[in-house]
Design a protein around this ligand. Structure first.
Ligand SMILES: NC(=O)c1ccc[n+]([C@@H]2O[C@H](COP(=O)([O-])OP(=O)(O)OC[C@H]3O[C@@H](n4cnc5c(N)ncnc54)[C@H](OP(=O)(O)O)[C@@H]3O)[C@@H](O)[C@H]2O)c1
Length: 333
């Protein structure tokens, strides 16, 4: 038998926390590209919190993965065979391949990437969907002004790390929230935030108050639950809350009961959800700016890597528990 594809399928829908039993790993023949299609050999798979949502059979901003289907996800990889004139074998591409080693993709769903200046994996992180989410979420919805205090949760992660560094580049005070001393230390020392507080310390409100002596002007919310509820008590008048993600709730069976909504009223807070796809036509703008900061050494990032497609389920389970430290990736080759 020749080279086979290896795929991770959704086997069952999780009740609460994701388990390895929710996935099934199979070998399958590698598909042949038809007209306008390209065969890609994937090198890196991105694991992202949104994948937890796709495992549920509920209405969301995109349809769920069906039982027996390949799990969704973005990859970067190399073109092996092309029946689209725009791509040739050897080209590096960003692809919506899902959790598998090979994928046949329509040419118009692929983006060519330049992996000579930066590692290809950057196109899944700092220069990819997470970086672009940080850029539009902060600049277009958070609308920070120089001197503002910007707080971001999951601050050492793929999105949060970019939000805080951009806030600094725009003249703001950047305060992170992260899980544990090692992440907090990294956020301040390596990423250059002004402060970072540990949401597991048991004194989150006091610690945040000390880190934000002038209150909070922008909350870039990645976590939700108790973190968001605590922040509501510290928001300034006419402040902004960007609801980017609620990862603390993704594995929960009951929605979190928020207690401080009154703060939105009395402080005239503008709270807005953001979905990065809404900015699809403008991704280039964000990527160019982020790439400039990266090249200038003003944007740092970190990756958390699990090895091999078979470990992708473990990687997602860990990501949803905060075990990743930086952009979570699966190395496929
Ligand atoms: N709206 C959009 O278009 C969009 C696009 C991309 C991402 N997002 C959202 O942005 C957020 C960050 O995504 P990312 O890819 O950058 O992931 P990430 O921050 O690299 O990883 C997730 C982090 O969430 C934190 N976390 C997990 N469970 C938690 C819990 N119960 N309580 C508190 N913190 C918890 C952990 O950090 P700590 O250990 O530091 O707590 C974990 O490392 C997610 O909510 C994601 O859904 C939204």
């Amino acid at each position: 038998m020749g080279v086979m594809n290896r795929q991770v399928l959704l086997a069952s829908r999780p009740q609460g926390a994701v388990t390895e039993g929710n996935f099934r790993i199979v070998d399958a023949p590698i598909g042949a590209p038809g007209d306008g299609e390209v065969l890609v050999r994937n090198e890196w798979l991105s694991l992202d919190p949104y994948m937890r949502g796709r495992m549920n059979d509920v209405k969301s901003y995109v349809p769920p993965v069906q039982i027996g289907e390949v799990m969704v996800g973005q990859t970067v990889g190399e073109v092996v065979e092309s029946r689209d004139a725009r791509f040739a074998p050897g080209d590096k591409v960003l692809a919506p391949s899902g959790w598998q080693l090979y994928a046949v993709i329509k040419g118009n769903e692929l983006t060519k990437i330049d992996a000579r200046q930066v590692p290809a994996s950057c196109y899944l992180g700092v220069l990819g969907m997470p970086g672009v989410t940080a850029w539009f979420g902060l600049l277009e919805i958070g609308m920070p002004k120089p001197g503002d205090t910007v707080v971001v949760s999951a601050a050492s992660g793929a999105v949060g790390s970019v939000v805080g560094q951009l806030a600094k580049l725009h003249g703001c005070r950047a305060v992170g929230i992260a899980g544990g001393p090692a992440k907090c230390d990294y956020v301040v020392r390596e990423l250059g935030f002004d402060a970072c507080v540990d949401h597991r310390s048991g004194s989150l409100q006091e610690d945040l108050r000390a880190a934000c002596p002038k209150g909070v002007d922008v909350d870039f919310e990645n976590v939700g639950g108790a973190v968001l509820d605590t922040l509501l008590a510290l928001m300034n008048r006419h402040s902004r809350i960007v609801i980017c993600g609620l990862v603390a709730e993704y594995n929960a069976t009951e929605p979190y009961a928020y207690r401080r909504l009154r703060s939105v009223l009395v402080n005239r807070i503008r709270m807005q959800g953001m979905i990065v796809f809404d900015f699809k036509d403008r991704y280039g703008e964000a990527v160019r700016d982020l790439a400039g900061h990266l090249a200038a050494g003003k944007l740092k990032y970190r990756e958390s890597i699990v090895e091999g497609i078979d470990n992708a389920p473990k990687g997602l389970i860990g990501l949803l528990r905060g075990e990743n430290f930086g952009k979570q990736l699966v190395r496929l080759v």
